[in-house]
Design a protein around this ligand. Structure first.
Ligand code: SF4
Ligand code: SF4
Length: 397
């Protein structure tokens, strides 16, 4: 089983671990709940290299020279949403590192045969406009003026590129919530959190972006950062450190801030939301970060709202299909994956499919529209915005 990894690559030790321990048992292909298929990649392409078990073999073959770096090899490498369902099911010692391995494989692929389809554009655009959408960079000064935000504050709201340039209703609902909840916060001139680059193996520019964001946050004197994006959350909380960028502030997802405020009895609702809602676990919040219960607790507090679960939920959830560079690399396939989630949501009888990630919202909305799913797709913060939320005057300090 021994193999010498000569290349100087990130995650080398992890790869050695996997080569030693992967039994090819195929547990990574199914979720424990009823042995339901859980890997969007394997289930679509039905060939071993598209499941985690095969990808580990692929890495081994590429490293020891049994396989050549060709254009064809790019498809199994990049057609994976890095959803983490395989890592959740695998019981071997390398399980927690399967996503790192896939990302390390992509880094190697970028060096040998170039980036995945359309994915070079993410870096080109980010280099020009500091966001992967190529939109003129918003310094967020207009928003700061509009919401009368200070230069120095306890909190920074890190909006994230998808909410700032594509899903602005999430951004605006979050800003209104933070104001109404009486949070002392401000905004910074953000550069992309670098999640799209890391997930697609294009890591050369990420450290500069991370350092810039940390410096901007430092200038505000904030000790806490809150984001409404599951991707930004995972990246700041897990990846900054991996790239040698240490944080001198705490990172929250909005659901964690909401929980803290509700637990301290500081918030109250103004109206009700009389709808049946099903919740989609974003991979970057659920499987990647272990936050399953916190968002559910918030939904359950909303007066009138009935929360129902989809067949596959929490760590067994089916991915929305957008992550890991799949939305830009294979847009039609991304929607196919999401269509399966839409059908699962419809089966619950809910009229609303809700999540806490702007990227999930984008892809679920695209699939819902394309296949006339008839669901209302909204973020939790948008629901709270509709219901109206305010700070209790008598809240405990
Ligand atoms: S990755 Fe884990 S679950 Fe998959 S075949 Fe290897 S040991 Fe089994
Ligand atoms: S990360 Fe998701 S799509 Fe990729 S191999 Fe694992 S289960 Fe399949």
């Amino acid at each position: 089983m021994g193999i010498e990894i000569k290349e100087d690559i990130k995650g080398k030790e992890v790869l050695e671990l996997a080569f030693k321990h992967c039994l090819k048992c195929s547990t990574c292909k199914y979720s424990y709940k009823g042995f339901a298929p859980s890997c969007p990649s394997g289930e679509t392409f039905l060939f071993e290299s598209y499941w985690a078990s095969g990808r580990i073999r692929l890495i081994r073959g590429l490293i020891n020279g049994d396989l050549d770096w060709t254009e064809d090899i790019k498809h199994p490498i990049f057609a994976c949403t890095t959803c983490g369902a395989c890592a959740d099911s695998c019981q071997a010692p390398h399980a927690d590192f399967i996503i790192d391995m896939i990302e390390a494989l992509r880094e190697m692929a970028v060096k040998h045969v170039g980036p995945g389809p359309n994915q070079a554009a993410l870096v080109d655009r980010a280099l020009q406009t500091f966001n992967p959408y190529g939109e003129p960079n918003s310094t967020n000064e207009d928003l700061k003026r509009h919401y009368n935000l200070p230069e120095k504050a306890e909190w920074v709201y890190f909006i994230g590129c998808t909410s700032n340039y594509r899903q602005k209703t999430i951004r605006d609902a979050t800003l209104r919530f933070l104001k109404n909840a009486g949070i002392n916060f401000t905004l910074i001139d953000e550069h992309c959190c670098t999640s799209p680059m890391i997930r697609t193996g294009q890591v050369d520019i990420v450290k500069d972006f991370m350092v810039y964001n940390v410096e901007q946050i430092r200038k505000t004197g904030a000790s806490k950062v809150v984001t409404s994006c599951a991707g930004c959350y995972r990246t700041m909380k897990k990846d900054f450190e991996k790239f040698g960028v240490s944080l001198d502030f705490e990172v929250y997802h909005t659901v964690e801030l909401l929980k803290e405020l509700f637990d301290a009895n500081k918030l109250q609702f103004k109206t009700t939301y009389n709808k049946k809602v099903t919740y989609h676990d974003p991979c970057h919040l659920g499987r990647h970060m272990g936050l399953y219960q916190t968002p559910r607790e918030i939904y359950k507090k909303i007066p009138g709202l009935t929360l129902v679960e989809m067949e596959r939920n929490r760590n067994h959830a089916w991915c929305c299909g957008a992550g890991g560079g799949v939305k830009i690399g294979y847009p039609e396939w991304a929607i196919e994956i999401s269509e399966e989630r839409i059908k699962e949501a419809q089966a619950t009888g809910a009229t609303v499919l809700s999540s806490v990630c702007p990227f999930c919202r984008t892809n679920l909305s695209d699939a819902n529209e394309k296949h006339a799913g008839g669901l209302e797709i909204v973020d939790l913060l948008e629901i709270l915005d509709q219901v109206g939320i305010e700070r209790r005057s008598s809240g405990k300090k």
